[in-house]
Design a protein around this ligand. Structure first.
Ligand code: PMP
Length: 457
């Protein structure tokens, strides 16, 4: 066993990992990366099929981002944002505000997706109290939603598996119905092709349910992952749902918190998924791709209104009492500025469009397989849901570890991704070449066949 593997096994506790299984196998030890390729200590190359847990945008070892970090490093790595300002964080804030659009005017920096949500949650809570909307504001979040693992963010999440162990610690966020067209309980809207021929019509029952729920209480805010619920299994909302949901929230006088930790920075085709439906949230939470997938940094954007409710004389103690040691870190902000530059250039945008098209063409090849229930895509996010029976849509039990097995075979064949239950996600970095993208899908197809057989429908 490699000496680093020994150290890992002896000392490191990995996230979301059954460590007994982990310790029974030799880990993939990544040594370097270039573009969409990660190379391990033995020289074996892997395609980074989930962009290193949905963070990487422009590839690893990107010359421009490397340079931006190196240039900043020669000046200073970090000075606190508590009492001090710095150039990269200030310039980045202006760019983020411009990219997000009105009424988002202020940027609060933190460290990761979870803290970006904690910040929005606390700001919204206190804002709602200060405008006298509610003495004890309550929040609404979507079925199957995931917003991070810190206590506040986990309280907003609605995935039972992640909530149950900590239920005694979490506060209650009410659950709102959210669409999952493939398993729509109204059994009418099946946009995916196997039912399209039935021509059944959707009546937006999911929105009526949300509307009824939001009317039942004076909620402070609804939290949404716009257009794609990532950790739920890359569940894509039908087009028009987000706009309708945002209207329902506005009519109710509540706030909208958009968690674009995964969907932000071009993943769904637009800079932010909200823009796709011209939705204006009160809070926009960003992390993961903010630094191009280089460094941990997050931002919570909000409106002047929210900002103003924290203004006052010092002695009034209206200050937003929240902060992190590394808020506004210069290296992270420099990486983010370079990443934004790459994101917004015309060549990059055209390339992403082309890649999205190619991904959809390649994914077609999965439909004939009987164990493939649903193939979903939104921009450069894809989710392939594996099922025991495509006709009944019966799921494999989690204990069967089907997703895990398929991803293990994929890794052996040189493509890395991480399953979400029975769903295999593909989120290629934007610099992925056509040949690499074809390989990602081919390996996924072959791995499904190896684990589940090649029976066709
Ligand atoms: N929100 C969403 C939508 C996410 O997908 C994630 C992470 N997968 C988070 C929040 C939490 O981010 P982090 O892991 O950086 O805390």
């Amino acid at each position: 066993m490699h000496k680093v593997s020994k150290l890992d096994r002896k000392y490191v506790w990995h996230p979301f990992t059954q460590m007994r299984d982990w310790m029974g196998q030799e880990p993939v030890l990544i040594e370097r990366g270039k573009g969409s390729v990660l190379t391990d200590v033995n020289g074996k190359k892997y395609l980074d099929g989930n962009a290193s847990i949905w963070t990487n945008l422009h590839g690893h070892n990107n010359f421009r981002i490397n340079n931006a970090i190196a240039k900043q490093l020669a000046k200073v790595a970090h000075s606190s944002a508590l009492g001090l300002a710095n150039e990269p964080a200030s310039v980045l804030a202006e760019k983020l505000v411009k990219a997000a659009g009105p009424p988002l005017k202020k940027v609060f920096y933190s460290d990761d997706g979870s803290t970006a949500l904690e910040v929005a949650l606390k700001m919204s809570y206190e804002h709602n109290r200060r405008i006298n909307r509610s003495k004890k504001p309550r929040f609404l979040s979507l079925m199957r939603s995931y917003h991070g693992d810190t206590i506040g963010a986990a309280s907003l999440g609605q995935i039972d598996l992640f909530r149950r162990p900590y239920s005694g610690l979490l506060f209650k966020a009410d659950k709102a119905f959210s669409p999952y067209c493939y398993r729509c309980p109204f059994n009418k809207a099946k946009p995916e092709r196997r039912d399209a021929r039935l021509g059944r019509k959707c009546k937006w029952e999911c929105i009526s349910k949300l509307e009824n729920k939001i009317k039942s209480h004076k909620y402070a805010a609804l939290v949404v992952e716009p257009r794609v619920q990532g950790a739920a299994g890359m569940i894509m909302h039908p087009s028009g749902w987000l706009k309708r949901a945002s209207n329902v929230v506005k009519v109710a006088g509540a706030q909208l918190i958009a968690d674009e930790v995964m969907t932000g920075f071009g993943r769904t085709g637009f800079t932010f998924a909200c823009h796709k439906e011209k939705v204006i949230p009160d809070f926009l939470c960003l992390a993961k791709g903010l630094t191009g997938g280089y460094l941990p940094m997050a931002a919570t954007l909000t409106s002047q209104d929210v900002f103003d409710s924290f203004l006052g004389e010092y002695k009034e103690m209206k200050t937003f009492f929240h902060g992190h040691s590394y808020s506004g870190n210069q290296l992270g902000a420099s990486a983010a500025l370079a990443s934004l530059g790459l994101l917004n250039n015309r060549r990059g945008r055209l390339r992403r469009k082309k890649l999205e098209k190619l991904l959809s063409v390649e994914l077609e090849s999965l439909w004939p397989f009987a164990r493939v229930g649903d193939v979903r895509q939104e921009g450069l996010v894809a989710g392939v849901e594996l099922v025991a029976d495509w006709k009944t849509r019966e799921s494999f039990p989690l204990k069967a570890k089907i997703g895990i097995k398929v991803c293990e075979v994929m890794a052996r064949k040189g493509v890395l991704t991480r399953p979400i239950g029975n769903v295999v996600p593909l989120l290629p970095p934007y610099c992925t070449t056509d040949a690499q993208l074809r390989k990602m899908v081919r390996v996924l197809r072959e791995s499904i066949m190896e684990v589940l057989g090649s029976t066709k429908v």
